[in-house]
Design a protein around this ligand. Structure first.
Ligand code: SF4
Length: 327
């Protein structure tokens, strides 16, 4: 079956100081996503996760431009579409959920108006049908007494409820793909767990594919089928969740997993030395080499290519080349 979304060799650059300075925020990213599948996009701040997602839906800031690669969504090449054409894709076929619900909700409009809008524009619902649809969506995201609460404004809702309203808006247009950019960052842990369960239930019912952007590996283990780990604008390892947690191939992934607290363990937590590189002046060679405990001499001068491993995972690290080369 053809994937719902296929991103290949995507390159998005920022052009600053009138184009004199080029920042390669996304540099050759490739992945695909099937029906009902969840891909976790993981990495530190500034690794290119959000820019990858914004490139897919054509919501890049003015200084950024897609300079290479393609994004095929249900057979349509999104990078060639005009903003007018993309507006028909966003909301109806691809929905985006941002991390701060207050940035997505308009404080001046009722919940009804905001949830109804995508169904009004993309599914041409009107009158009673539209009211019933809004109530159904609010019920699906477990808002109590939806017939009353839909008259409220965002400030009358708790943080968890506002995040669920954002979920209802995302589903209102009946999308095939939802991009959720750190949707649980502002929630406390109990509400976070409830919200993740809710997202999983909705995904099971609707079959929607999900890209889940996060830096929380616990959420990845709970939510995702596959994981792509990003560093300095590139995917440095991509594998199934089980494969990545059982046998991480890249030193950066191993370091990330080593820095997660484990129940009952008395071992000190591992911390990755140094800071993520400045995307405007990346080091030569492997961008992780200044922080890598396992670096080889060639890592400082030559960037490793993708190594495709037999189990379907892909990783960019010279250690894998050595492993393949050794008899
Ligand atoms: Fe470390 Fe070298 Fe692998 Fe980069 S290529 S992660 S520096 S071992």
């Amino acid at each position: 079956m053809a994937p719902v979304l296929e991103v290949s060799g995507l390159q998005t650059h920022f052009f600053t100081f009138g184009g004199a300075r080029v920042v390669k925020a996304v540099d050759g990213v490739s992945f695909s996503l099937g029906d009902g599948e969840t891909l976790g996009l993981v990495g530190e701040s500034g690794s290119g996760k959000t820019t990858t997602c914004l490139s897919i839906v054509g919501l890049l800031p003015r200084a950024a431009r897609i300079v290479g690669g393609r994004v095929l969504f249900e057979g349509d090449e999104l990078t060639r579409m005009s903003q007018r054409e993309l507006r028909r894709v966003r909301g109806r076929r691809i929905a985006v959920m941002l991390q701060d619900p207050m940035a997505s909700l308009n404080p001046l409009f009722t919940i009804f108006r905001q949830v109804a809008e995508p169904a009004f524009f993309h599914q041409q619902m009107r009158g009673r049908t539209l009211r019933a649809r809004v109530q159904q969506l609010l019920k699906a995201v477990r808002i109590p007494s939806p017939e009353w609460r839909m008259r409220d404004y965002p400030h009358q809702m708790s943080g968890g409820m506002r995040q669920r309203i954002v979920g209802a808006i995302a589903l209102a247009g009946g999308p095939k793909l939802v991009i959720a950019d750190e949707p649980t960052t502002n929630l406390d842990v109990t509400i976070q767990a409830q919200y993740l369960d809710l997202l999983k239930d909705i995904q099971r019912e609707t079959g929607v594919a999900l890209i889940f952007v996060t830096h929380n590996l616990g959420i990845v283990a709970k939510m995702c089928d596959r994981v792509a780990v990003m560093y300095a604008g590139k995917i440095i390892e991509q594998a199934s969740v089980r494969e990545l947690f059982d046998d991480p191939k890249h030193p950066y992934t191993r370091a990330l997993l080593g820095s997660v607290p484990k129940l009952g363990s008395k071992e000190p937590l591992y911390s990755i030395a140094g800071q993520p590189p400045n995307p405007a002046s990346l080091p030569p060679g492997c961008p992780f080499h200044p922080r890598c405990r396992e670096a080889l001499p060639r890592c400082a001068s030559v960037d490793p290519p993708d190594f495709h491993l037999g189990d379907g995972s892909v990783a960019r690290c010279w250690l894998l080349d050595d492993a393949v080369a050794r008899p």
